[in-house]
Design a binder for this molecule. Structure first.
Ligand SMILES: Cc1cc2nc3c(=O)[nH]c(=O)nc-3n(C[C@H](O)[C@H](O)[C@H](O)COP(=O)(O)O)c2cc1C
Length: 358
């Protein structure tokens, strides 16, 4: 019944729906629920250790027999220079003073480690059916090891040029991530944020430029969006924001409240939370310092000095410094179990496509 079965055949899932990996706010529970609903469950590994990633896959494998996607970042680590750190601390000094925090106190922060040998060993050991990358691909030797383990490899492209590059470097499918998408822009051949195309423009141009199946991502949150993605030539969709309010996600209570109030214009692309452009619900820091600031140190270091501010504000019930990543379609998200949501998405997409076909 799906007009294009290439992704279903490749991933061996019931539906061509991929749960977007969402580091920091999801774990195996959401992946299991989406897999139970017939989609592809994804485990975001960017903010967990190799050990934790192994544990999550093992839990998933015990609970369900379904393909799984392990997702990793593959940015090139950049040192934080003392000058960049001092400039950022200076920029945030007023907030530290307001919250009564000592800017000189050491901070502990959630790291965002790129795919490395330790992660690669976990992949070789557990052989997830699919491995997805964000920010390009890992170095060739690591990539070859992932492929040799029998994993399908997919990665995000934010421009046609990135999609062609990914295909030339051996991916099995390309995720075309439009500017509407929540979370970090997967951009890796460009840093020109103002040039990033939206999903509706990007998907058909990527479809024309590559032979591998294209997975549309960004702003897709219901059957209409899925039907539109297929009309544009996509063979599947990757959906993130629409799953954030599911009971299986790990979004905080304050975050859930902000998402529930979300509108079409609630989010912005900002670099002030981590140093890399990402779309999230606009907060006080994004409004007052961003959304784009030259003072933000490179990814992921901008997040370090924000840790104490985030924690202190959250204690007071405020999300002034919280990176609540979400896309432009958050208002379409619903508070329903993820398996049910996945089945509903597939059903309503098929009904919409049937109606359009007359
Ligand atoms: C909260 C959140 C966290 C995200 N974290 C990741 C991640 O760890 N890895 C990744 O490849 N993409 C990540 N993304 C981007 C998604 O893969 C995807 O491009 C996006 O969710 C699609 O747009 P949508 O949110 O409008 O559905 C994240 C998105 C969100 C909303």
């Amino acid at each position: 019944m799906w007009p294009d079965r290439r992704l279903i055949d490749l991933f061996k899932t019931e539906f061509p729906i991929v749960l977007a990996p969402m580091a920091g706010v999801t774990d195996q529970d959401l992946a299991i629920a989406v897999a139970e609903g017939g989609g592809l469950g994804s485990l975001a590994c960017a903010m967990v250790s190799a050990e934790k990633a192994r544990e999550q896959v093992n839990i998933l494998r015990q609970r369900i027999s379904a393909p799984v996607n392990m997702n990793f970042f593959c940015h090139k680590p950049v040192e934080l220079t003392p000058e960049a750190e001092a400039r950022w601390k200076q920029r945030l000094a007023g907030y530290y003073a307001e919250l009564g925090l000592d800017p000189a106190a050491p901070v502990s922060f959630a790291n965002r480690a790129p795919f490395d040998a330790a992660f690669c060993e976990v992949v070789e050991e557990l052989k997830p059916e699919i491995v997805s990358f964000h920010f390009g691909l890992p170095e060739p030797a690591l990539l070859r090891r992932v492929q040799a383990a029998g994993c399908l490899v997919i990665s995000s492209a934010t421009t046609v040029k990135e999609a062609v590059w990914l295909e030339q470097h051996g991916v099995d499918a390309v995720i075309a991530q439009g500017a509407e998408a929540g979370g970090h822009r997967g951009m890796f051949l460009t840093d020109k944020i103002a040039e990033q195309p939206g999903t509706f423009a990007l998907v058909p141009q990527v479809v024309d430029a590559v032979k591998v199946p294209v997975i549309a991502a960004g702003g897709i949150a219901d059957g209409r969006g899925i039907a539109a993605a297929f009309a544009l030539g996509a063979a599947g969709v990757q959906i993130g924001s629409a799953y954030l309010r599911c009971p299986e996600s790990r979004v905080s209570a304050a975050g859930r409240a902000a998402l529930a109030e979300g509108r079409d214009d609630s989010t912005v692309i900002t670099n002030v939370m981590t140093g890399r452009p990402a779309r999230g619900v606009q907060n006080r820091l994004m409004r007052e310092v961003g959304p784009i600031s030259a003072d933000a140190p490179p990814f992921p270091h901008a997040a370090n000095a924000l840790g104490p501010l985030k924690a202190a504000a959250e204690k007071q019930g405020r999300v002034d410094f919280t990176n609540l990543w979400a896309g432009q379609a958050i208002a379409l998200g619903r508070e329903v179990p993820a398996a049910e949501l996945t089945r509903d998405l597939a059903k309503s997409a098929l009904a919409r496509m049937k109606a359009l076909a007359g």
